[in-house]
Design a protein around this ligand. Structure first.
Ligand SMILES: Nc1ncnc2c1ncn2[C@@H]1O[C@H](COP(=O)(O)OP(=O)(O)OP(=O)(O)O)[C@@H](O)[C@H]1O
Ligand SMILES: [Mg+2]
Length: 275
């Protein structure tokens, strides 16, 4: 697999971007996604992580700001330029629905055939290569209903990689997987970056994943980007929501975090959360 590395060091850049639909969910987002880097987007449920990915693909238009692709604003670009950009992106949407009536190989071959210019048997050959990349060489002829959840996720990633994308967007790739399978997926994602130089954006809640794969983090909350940068920098941020995320504290404690009782811990006893 070869990707077509864009010469721009930050091929995707959000400037003063307001994300949302009828109202703003995340305001004034300023993020530069580094070329060949894995950037993880985190934040509470329903706060706009998937929406940010949809904005970058222009499946929904942001409410304001600029979306720079290789330095040029996609929001004012032609429909053709938007289509060109989308062709450079492979996406694993949240839920990763595969077609149940198709085998894994046929699922992965689907975007290749949709693009056109190739025969079905060639597309299936490429699909089998992609499935081998994600460790599913022996399952190419299985239907999604006959493989495990983790295997479906990997097949979804193989499908996202079908057209050798320069950019890979993965929306919660390890949600619902056991920790070992999730760790295997992390290795795969890192491997894709290392081998192909792919610029990858991953929405994730998994702390373990962040440690393994993240070059940079973007943390959403309070209707804005709370913090961004390398893991060590974000993890050191004293914002209570960020501290709570990294300590895995529930919201009810978080609400009390600023109080004397909150600092004592839930039972008023020793602070068990601050290990
Ligand atoms: N097409 C849409 N039109 C209007 N509102 C939408 C649309 N899609 C999502 N929303 C709303 O936008 C908000 C953010 O949704 P989004 O899917 O971006 O959240 P998220 O951060 O990805 O959450 P999760 O972690 O649960 O996946 C939600 O309140 C959701 O109901
Ligand atoms: Mg989401």
């Amino acid at each position: 697999m070869t990707t077509r590395p864009s010469p721009h060091p930050t091929p995707i850049e959000l400037r003063n971007l307001d994300a949302g639909y009828s109202r703003i969910l995340v305001r004034d987002v300023n993020v530069a996604f580094g070329r060949g880097k894995i950037t993880c987007i985190l934040g509470p449920s329903g706060k706009g992580k998937s929406t940010l990915l949809r904005h970058i693909l222009l499946l929904n238009r942001p409410l304001g700001g600029r979306l720079l692709i290789d330095g040029a604003d996609l929001l004012t670009a032609s429909d053709e330029a938007v289509r060109d950009f989308r062709r450079r992106v492979g996406v694993l949407f949240q839920g990763a629905a595969l077609f149940n009536s198709l085998t894994l190989a046929e699922n992965v071959a689907f975007p290749i055939l949709e693009r056109g210019g190739t025969t079905e048997s060639l597309a299936l050959d490429i699909a089998r290569q992609k499935l081998a990349l994600v460790g599913l060489a022996d399952f190419a002829e299985y239907r999604p209903s006959a493989v495990s959840g983790g295997m479906k996720k990997r097949a979804g990633i193989a499908r996202a990689m079908a057209l050798d994308p320069e950019f890979l967007f993965l929306d919660e790739p390890s949600a619902g997987l056991d920790p070992v399978t999730a760790a295997d997926l992390d290795v795969l994602i890192k491997d894709v970056r290392d081998r192909f130089g792919t610029t990858i954006i991953v929405v994730t809640h998994e702390l373990a994943s962040l440690h393994t794969i993240a070059d940079d983090l973007v943390m959403l909350g309070d209707g804005a980007v709370l913090a961004q940068g390398p893991l060590a920098k974000v993890a050191a941020n004293p914002h209570p929501d960020i501290v709570a995320f990294f300590e895995r504290r529930p919201a009810v404690e978080r609400a009390a975090a600023g109080t004397f009782a909150g600092r004592l811990g839930p039972a008023g006893g020793p602070d068990r959360m601050r290990s």
